[in-house]
Structure formats: structure tokens, C-alpha cells
Design a protein around this ligand. Structure first.
Ligand SMILES: Nc1ncnc2c1ncn2[C@@H]1O[C@H](COP(=O)(O)OP(=O)(O)O)[C@@H](O)[C@H]1O
Ligand SMILES: [Mg+2]
Length: 294
């Protein structure tokens, strides 16, 4: 089978692992940046190229990132990936699901629409309204609409600090996403789902004085038993977003478990190290399953 791995601005360890695993499993693999993909549409055919090489006959395309760029460049790339999908290439994760999972606003209504518990999340472009809402919430959290690894998220114990942050963020054109801060036991969970199966889980503990548990923020993953109810929530969250594979973040709060997000391009290096599960292999096997070649 022909497999393509597309990354964004640069290649990560996860993209490299997908490529190497697909090759080890006997597939013909190419990889490159989504920024170097060109496409053509006519009434007769759809064609795609990575640099100068034609990739129209690829069977499976892993998209790890839409890459950096302007709103217009991102619009073209997202449309192009969707075009590949409509031309018969299996895109993993599916374009629309990936886009929705990238966006911290649309993730919330996808999860809530599927009946899953979420944190109350307010969005606005008005710093005054964001300020008013964060005052009502008491302790609140700001999240960039597009971000990961805990980057750029802020916790406000004092709404006046929130006011200053909102003022600056709105000046540089950032939408304001204000979320209720959830009480928690100082840890949350990562549930890694492939297809409709949980393949690995870990509790994540924040570093000293850190409210975020992301490994990139000094958090630590620990392989501890996870309640059945949480595993089920993880699978339902991945399904709600239509993701082939996902790293779902769940927090145990006084009002029960809450789904924070379902990542559409999760990393698995820390989770693999702590659980020993070959996550890349699970993803490649799932993505190439049931595809007819030729
Ligand atoms: N509403 C919240 N209340 C308390 N902690 C939160 C809240 N939202 C996020 N966190 C903490 O911040 C981390 C990062 O948030 P998350 O929504 O997963 O975004 P990211 O894409 O940056 O990982 C979570 O794993 C959790 O530890
Ligand atoms: Mg997260």
C-alpha cells in the first residue's frame, strides 16, 4: 500500500515514527511538508504532487499538521486535504474531524452535542465581555483557539489580570475563549484511542506549582489503573469528533469526569515510554485496514 505522511513546518518524532512503522509493515512510504503539496482539479481528474513527485495514487495519507501560514494558505491546505479525501485517498485523521479537533471552540460543541461532560466555555471578541464573564466565573482559564501542549493557556485568580491579558490579546486579533476553572486532584488523564479501542492510558501530574499537566509544561505521565467509566468517555469523545486516533484529555472533578479535549494530532512519545505500547503500529494497522489496493 502507498502511504504518505504529511507534516507541517517541521517533522516531529511522531511523524518519523509513523513513516518508519509504515515502512516496517511493508508499505511504500513517502513523507514531506503539507506546504510542498500542489494539486490540480479538472473535469477529468484530480492530481496531487509532493514537490515534483506525483502522489495521486497514494492509498493512505496521515496528516499531522496543517502547518504555519496565513489564513489564506491554511484555507488552501485544508481544502486540498479534503480534495484528496474526496478523490478516494484515506486521510487520517479525516479533514473535517482534524479541523474540528484543532479548534478549541468547535471541540466543545462537538463533545457537548454527543452528550459528553465539558467545562463551560465562553467565546467573544470583546475584551469587556470576556472580562465580565471571567469575573462571574471567579477563577477562569483563557485558551487560545488554536494551540496545544498547554501553550498560551492562562489561569486567572484575579479578574483584573484577566482584563489586561484580554485587552492585549484582542488587540492582536485573538478571539477570547474563557473557560471555567475546574477543581481537580492535581492530575488528569490521557486516554489514547485508536478506532474504537483504548490502546494506552496514563495519569498526568502537573509539575511543581503548575496547573497544567502537559508533558511539555513539565508534567509527568504515570501508568496507573484508570476507571472503566473514563475509558468509555475517551472512546465516546474520539467518536464524537470522528477521529481515527485521538489523545483524549479527561479530568476527574467534584462533579464527575469532564472531557477537556480530543486531540486530532496527538503525540505519543511520553505515553509510549511509560506504557510500552507501540502506538504508531496500532495507528498504522488501523489506518490501512480494509483498504483495497489498485
Ligand atoms: N478548565 C480547566 N480547569 C482546570 N485545568 C485545566 C482546564 N483546562 C485545561 N486545564 C489543564 O491544562 C491542560 C491543557 O489544557 P487542554 O485543554 O488539554 O489544552 P492543550 O491543547 O494545550 O493540551 C490540561 O491537561 C489540564 O491539566
Ligand atoms: Mg491537552
Amino acid at each position: 500500500m502507498k502511504v504518505l505522511v504529511l507534516y507541517g513546518g517541521s517533522q516531529s518524532a511522531n511523524g518519523v515514527e509513523l513513516r518508519e512503522t509504515a515502512a516496517r509493515l511493508g508499505h511504500e512510504v513517502t513523507s514531506g511538508s503539507i506546504m510542498d503539496v500542489s494539486s490540480e482539479i479538472s473535469n477529468e481528474a484530480s492530481r496531487f504532487w509532493l514537490d515534483r513527485d506525483e502522489i495521486t495514487d497514494v492509498d493512505v495519507c496521515f496528516v499531522r499538521s496543517f502547518g504555519p501560514g496565513t489564513c489564506e494558505q491554511l484555507t488552501r491546505r485544508i481544502s486540498m486535504i479534503e480534495h484528496m479525501e474526496l478523490s478516494g485517498i484515506r486521510v487520517v485523521n479525516p479533514t473535517y474531524s482534524f479541523r474540528r479537533a484543532r479548534d478549541k471552540y468547535s471541540t466543545q460543541y462537538a463533545l457537548s452535542g454527543a452528550g459528553l461532560p465539558i467545562a463551560t466555555t465562553y467565546t467573544t471578541e470583546s475584551m469587556e465581555r470576556a472580562y465580565r464573564r471571567s469575573r462571574e466565573m471567579g477563577v477562569s482559564v483563557y485558551k487560545p483557539i488554536l494551540s496545544s501542549m498547554g501553550k498560551g493557556s492562562l489561569k486567572f485568580d484575579d479578574p483584573e489580570i484577566a482584563y489586561n491579558a484580554f485587552k492585549m490579546l484582542s488587540r492582536v486579533g485573538m478571539p477570547l475563549i474563557v473557560q471555567e476553572y475546574l477543581e481537580n486532584p492535581g492530575r488528569d488523564l490521557r486516554v489514547f484511542v485508536v478506532g474504537s479501542e483504548v490502546v494506552a492510558t496514563a495519569y498526568k501530574y502537573g509539575g511543581p506549582g503548575e496547573w497544567k499537566t502537559n508533558v511539555a509544561q513539565g508534567g509527568k505521565m504515570v501508568d496507573e489503573p484508570v476507571p472503566e467509566e473514563i475509558l468509555d468517555l475517551g472512546v465516546r469523545a474520539a467518536e464524537a469528533l470522528g477521529l481515527d486516533y485521538s489523545g483524549v484529555d479527561i479530568m476527574e472533578t467534584p462533579r464527575g469526569p469532564v472531557v477537556l479535549e480530543a486531540n486530532g494530532s496527538p503525540g505519543w512519545q511520553a505515553l509510549k515510554a511509560v506504557t510500552g505500547v507501540d502506538i504508531a503500529e496500532k495507528i498504522v494497522l488501523h489506518a490501512t485496514e480494509g483498504i483495497r489496493v489498485g
